[in-house]
Design a protein around this ligand. Structure first.
Ligand code: GSH
Length: 344
């Protein structure tokens, strides 16, 4: 065989080998290592959204999205306090994740295709099934969104809310005037100052924002829900170990509710003979180790923040200030669509 052909054959073989090695290499597992070395989880949250992430009167972060990160910290460190919360607005949340300023984004962010196909991010699951709605003054004389034609609507720039708003008006052939502001606070202020007739956002946020108005009862949320807003934690693509850790921590909270395992009953659960409970709390199997954690990772998370239902009720449920019924977020066994794959 002439030398030039030999060289080409060798080159092709080397290229093929490199491709095979690259394809079989597990995705880089650097995030968990970095988080453990730093001894704290960096979690991106919203700047102040009651029920989801806001400061309480003792200057501590509280809320549903906050608890998702506390659960992850508890699973990793056995200490739910080892989280640094990074408040982010809608526009900068994804770049904060891309640039590794945060390890996980838990900020009422909707799982959409383009956020995965073009931003290099991946959603680990749905923590809260939401949808977009409209808030307006009761005395506006409007009782369906279809009467909003020609009105000015406030929204937040860089959100799915902004995109769905224009789709809805276009689809229904209605004239739209949009006022897109930079932060939730600015949008609410503009609405309160009557610069817009209605405020649009995820319905859960409208419940939260309404409470900040002087007379919450004089404002109402229209019955229409114009979009699907599956909200959940997101991570960077390329680190499957980290992706799995976030995903299975969320699923462990949902599975704990389904199995009746609560924060207050976790010690009993550790003695349970039920195989499903045993796998969840780590008295059977090696699920924690396989994630790079300890055996009782999920028990630590539930002990610290409660199961999914406890997190929901405490932060946004009927006993909380927001009083949002479980609705779609009830377990699949209770008429909702929250459904976690099994731990086995
Ligand atoms: N779920 C939607 C909307 C998320 C969003 O940022 N909504 C605003 C409207 S209230 C918000 O939460 N702002 C809180 C903040 O800026 O801190 C998305 O992912 O685009």
């Amino acid at each position: 065989m002439p030398d030039s052909i030999k060289r080409r054959v060798i080159l092709t073989a080397v290229t093929l080998l490199a491709l095979v090695v690259a394809a079989s290499n597990p995705a880089r597992a650097q995030t968990l290592k970095a988080v453990k070395e730093r001894d704290t989880l960096n979690c991106g949250v919203s700047q102040g959204l009651l029920g989801f992430s806001s400061m309480d009167d003792k200057n501590a972060w509280t809320g549903f999205d906050v608890d998702v990160c506390r659960a992850v910290a508890a699973a990793i460190f056995g200490d739910a306090a080892k989280v640094s919360f990074v408040p982010l607005d809608a526009a900068t949340r994804f770049t904060a994740l891309q640039s590794s300023k945060i390890d996980v984004l838990s900020r009422n962010s909707t799982w959409t295709m383009s956020r995965e196909s073009s931003l290099g991010l991946i959603f680990a699951g749905v923590a809260y099934y939401d949808g977009q709605g409209f808030l307006l003054r009761r005395d506006a004389g409007i009782d369906t969104a279809l009467q909003l034609g020609g009105k000015t609507v406030c929204t937040q720039a860089g959100t799915t809310s902004e995109l769905n708003l224009s789709d809805y008006f276009r689809a229904n052939d209605m004239a739209l005037k949009v006022l897109a502001l930079g932060t939730a606070e600015e949008s609410l202020k503009a609405y309160d100052d009557r610069k817009c007739d209605a405020l649009t956002s995820d319905v859960s946020q409208l419940y939260a924002e309404r409470l900040k108005l002087t007379a919450p009862d004089s404002h109402m949320i229209l019955p229409e829900v114009i979009s699907k807003e599956p909200l959940g934690p997101a991570v960077r693509q390329g680190d499957d170990q980290w992706f799995n850790l976030i995903k299975w921590t969320l699923y462990s909270l949902i599975n704990a509710e389904e199995l009746g395992v609560k924060s207050a009953t976790i010690d009993d659960a550790m003695k349970s003979p039920n195989p499903n409970i045993r796998r969840l709390v780590g008295t059977e199997g090696e699920f924690g180790e396989q994630l790079g954690l300890v055996k009782d990772w999920a028990a630590r998370a539930v002990r610290a923040v409660g199961n999914y239902g406890e997190i929901y009720e405490r932060n946004v449920g009927m006993q909380s200030r927001l009083s949002i019924p479980r609705g779609l977020n009830a377990l699949w066994t209770q008429g909702g669509i929250q459904y976690a794959p099994p731990i086995r």
